[in-house]
Design a protein. Sequence first.
Length: 201
Amino acid sequence: MSINELTQSISSCRICRDNPAKAQLPHEPNPVCVISSTARICISGQAPGMRVHLSGKPFTDPSGDRLREWMGVDEPTFYDASKIAIVPMGFCFPGYDKNGGDLPPRKECRAQWHDSVFEAMPQIELILTIGQYAQAYQLGAKRKRTMTETVAAWREYYDDGKPTILPMPHPSWRNNAWIKRNEWFTADLLPVLRQRVRDLL
């Protein structure tokens, strides 16, 4: 399937509404995914939040501001599909849990789309795996026991072939304490990320 065909099929996907694996998606689907035949960088995250669900544009929230700062790119570059692909593990906002937090990404997306999406983008050279769900998909058995251990082992994955897999925490404000506790992330990983992004752009 071509990039255009995949994009059209994903945008019209209603599996979670019409044929869900478990509970039905609690709202009308609005898949958010940016696939590219030329981008050399791919952001593989979790799932859109409510703000992204409403805007239909990925990372239109404070998490996006922080992610762009981590990468060292401005908004026009970040949203240039010829340069950066964005493929969350769940394409639609999954809804809220009983405590008001976002539910995990829906499993239907992974089963239906992800292998085809990444097969259609063989030119990708760097995949930022944001959070445990993306890391589980991209790293498989190479993933460590926890997200912290996986991100701390980033050098193992960085030099492990093409595409380069770079595990990262979610850029949410909820991870402020994690970032403060793990100073190596800012001191060691982010400079490498920014240089790699500059090289690929």
